[in-house]
Design a protein. Structure first.
Length: 755
């Protein structure tokens, strides 16, 4: 939200008060509180009839410093609140220090410094004493707007050339400078400024992050009102934000996810290919069986089959009952599908249509959200007479769980938790939550409810969602997908931008609808999207009004689908180790180039390519004719498809067929290559090949996990003039080593011995 009218004036009717000077400072061992006047105090009379802004500085975790600014502290505190995880108890505690008139608070490599003399201001310094950002004289304020709403405002300075990223899954330009971003959940598709996943966290190219600890609407002006500042404001009496230290983007994300929650590790089977019925198409068991048969006949391994909305009766979503006219024997059908090695996913949402018997049941027991007058909140968008489950009510959560448990008992493995964004604010919640704060936060309790049920019923490590909405902390409940995109190259690029922004907002796993959701893709779009989708964390074929089975788009599409599905399976020993790293550290699988190459200025704006883990560079092709331009960072890289050696830094302009795209392996990489290309969750040590890329001496370790993400074997590869020597810990299984350099493969074979 903007408050000013240019540099000099305020907008009409806006009254603002800015922290101006410190009048009192109370310093503890690990925190301090400053009381800032909003005008210069020259005499005692100047202290009358004027506010103070209370500024509390503290550290919730090592390398994180919080600032809480408050105007009136007496406002009743209603939830919900983000869950902030406890810091590492073994980390050195934060400490304060007085240096003349200045006061410092240091936590790990981050220091906050404020000067008691002179104008109000705060400086954040890294471990080398370099200024990261700071609060300038007008950077701490409150304001009243003409409608009488009270806003708390903060600004953090931008340095010359500094870029800002993140703020959730945003489909607007990847670099957020110059944008107004409102953190407010909306069902807006992928072609607008609205977002399904709004995260009040941004990451700076200067090696720090900022998390605004407020679950309601947070309005960001990223160099768009004061062009040298990131401004954020809330309609509240208190504003709390955390500055998160780096120095690298990976360090920032690791600290941020330690604070808000690390992602669970999805089961290995979920990394295979998902196929759906699509949304508005006509389908029954015969249709589903024909799809499954068709994939098998064409040699395209399938891991998950998903039933979208119309598995239930029309006008009755969600009542969790199969449409008996279309699916008369759901238990038998699911058993037949599971006999073929498939997992089953079901579409659900948190809404209850009036026609469903669950509406009366939920209304009677108080499980549905109500208006202040006691009426059940309803409207006719999406479903007629639609109501909303009140997940703040423990009994409602248990009721909802019971409905899903019946499906799990039938053989369902996971759920697509759709929607969660259309949450009203003119309602009363069971637990007394503030409706404005609950609008965004609803996605968290909705997805948590379903995810925790899956953990309980299916066991640790087996829970996975396909979720559309999220807020801060939602990364704990993967996987999330990009929502409703059009079937076009433009929307394909939009989707990637959204995924890259989400990954820099702390989300380790992300997917999208291959081929686009709205409309029917041109075969060229579908084939290009297949390569991109199967080199994403998770891969799903899904559409709206038309099927997404590959043969609908020609025999070449079948070949492309087969090639990239088999490739992903061969890559699974590498990909699942990257997934385990995301689970342990919060560093995402699909990484913007900035994350791996923060010191390379060219990497800071790249939004049409990414790193898949630390060693694979992926540049999707967004053209029918196969022309693609992409950037190769410093070093020597090898094409995984052709063996061609490419040296950077350099821009490349290439033309690729539909069965190809730029897929480069970093020099020095040891890529564990699985022998089984038919499934994502096989025995990766059986027939394992270690593909060693690039010449030159050096030593590198590579870990191959088991299906729980636990290291099954650690291979140590030493390169010298004599070739590659390998030792292993944890296994005595046979393996093969392939040395790949200058396009030629020199092979060596051996039996692993425990070092």
């Amino acid at each position: 939200m903007k408050f000013t009218d240019g540099f000099w004036l305020m907008r009409e009717g806006v009254r603002a008060s800015y922290a101006t000077e410190i009048r009192d400072l109370r310093v503890g061992a690990d925190r301090f509180t400053a009381y800032a006047a909003v005008k210069r105090v020259a005499a005692r009379g100047d202290t009358l009839n004027t506010p103070l802004i209370t500024v509390e500085c503290f550290s919730p975790a090592e390398g994180v410093i919080g600032v809480r600014t408050t105007h009136h502290a007496g406002r009743a505190r209603r939830g919900p609140d983000f869950e902030i995880m406890a810091g590492d108890a073994t980390a050195p505690p934060a400490r304060t220090r007085r240096d003349g008139a200045a006061t410092e608070l240091t936590s790990g490599p981050l220091t906050l410094r404020t000067d008691g003399d002179g104008p109000w201001g705060i400086t954040f310094l890294d471990g080398d004493g370099r200024r990261l950002t700071g609060v300038d004289p007008k950077g701490t304020a409150f304001a009243a707007t003409p409608d009488g709403v009270h806003h708390m405002i903060a600004q953090l300075a931008l340095q010359v050339g500094e870029n800002v990223y993140g703020l959730g899954e945003r489909f607007t330009p990847y670099v957020k400078n110059g944008q107004t971003v409102d953190i407010w959940q909306a069902d807006g598709g992928t072609s607008s400024e609205l977002a399904y996943k709004n995260i009040p966290f941004y990451l700076s190219s200067r090696g720090y992050g900022v998390f605004v600890n407020h679950p309601g609407k947070v309005s960001f002006e990223v160099g768009s009102e004061a062009v040298g500042q990131v401004q954020f404001s809330v309609e509240d009496q208190t504003l709390e934000y955390y500055v998160v230290a780096g120095p690298t983007p990976k360090d920032v994300l690791s600290r941020y996810t330690a604070l808000t929650g690390r992602p669970a590790l999805p089961p290995a089977w979920s990394f295979g290919l998902w196929l759906t019925t699509s949304f508005c198409t006509s389908y029954d068991e015969a249709t589903v069986t024909s799809f499954v048969d068709g994939m098998a006949e064409r040699g395209i391994p399938l891991s998950v089959f998903h039933f979208d909305c119309f598995w239930m009766r029309e006008y009755q979503w969600s009542d969790f009952l199969w449409d008996p006219e279309v699916f008369p024997d759901p238990e038998g059908m699911l058993a037949r599908l599971k006999e073929r090695g498939l997992r089953i996913s079901m579409w659900i949402n948190p809404y209850i249509a009036q026609k469903s018997p669950l509406f009366a049941e939920g209304a009677e027991h108080g499980y549905l959200v109500r208006r202040p007058n006691g009426d059940v909140w309803q409207w006719d968008l999406w479903q007629p007479g639609m109501a909303l489950v009140d997940f703040t009510n423990p009994a409602a959560r248990a009721w909802y769980d019971d409905k899903l448990r019946a499906l799990l008992d039938q053989g369902v493995d996971c759920f697509k938790t759709d929607f969660g964004e259309r949450i009203p604010t003119d309602v009363v919640w069971h637990d007394g939550s503030d409706p404005e704060r609950m609008h965004n936060y609803y996605a968290q309790i909705y997805n948590r409810t379903v995810f925790e049920l899956l953990e309980k019923e299916r066991g640790a490590g087996e829970a996975v969602l396909f979720a559309r909405s999220a807020t801060a902390g939602g990364q704990q409940f993967p996987v999330h997908w990009g929502g409703d995109c059009f079937a076009s190259f433009t929307a394909m690029a939009e989707s990637l931008r959204g995924g890259l922004s989400l990954s820099l907002s702390g989300f380790g796993f992300w997917s999208h609808d291959i081929g686009g959701f709205e409309g029917t893709p041109d075969p060229a779009v579908f084939k290009r999207w297949l390569a991109f989708g199967l080199l994403s964390s998770h891969s799903r074929l899904h559409g709206n009004v038309s099927y997404r089975v590959p043969w609908e788009f020609g025999e070449e599409a079948v070949d492309v689908a087969r090639k990239f599905t088999l490739l992903k399976h061969r890559l699974m020993p590498y990909l699942y180790q990257v997934a385990a790293e995301a689970h342990r550290t919060g560093v995402p699988m699909m990484r913007p180039m900035l994350a791996e190459f923060p010191g390379d200025p060219a990497s800071r704006t790249l939004d049409r390519q990414y790193m898949l883990g630390p060693d694979l560079l992926v540049a999707p092709v967004f053209t029918e004719d196969g022309e693609v331009e992409y950037y190769v960072p410093e070093g020597t890289w090898t094409s995984l498809f052709t063996g061609e050696r490419v040296t950077g830094p350099a821009w490349r302009h290439e033309t690729h067929g539909f069965d190809s795209l730029p897929l480069l392996v970093r020099d020095g990489a040891v890529l564990p290559w699985g022998a089984d290309d038919q499934r994502p969750d096989g025995d990766w040590l059986d027939g394992l090949t270690l593909r060693v890329f690039g010449p030159g001496a050096g030593e590198r370790s590579v870990t191959v996990p088991d299906l729980t993400g636990t290291p099954a074997a650690v291979f140590r590869v030493v390169r010298d003039a004599g070739g590659a020597r390998v030792t292993a810990e944890g296994t005595d299984r046979p393996y093969r080593v392939t040395v790949e350099e200058t396009g030629a493969a020199g092979e060596g074979a051996g039996t692993v011995t425990v070092a």
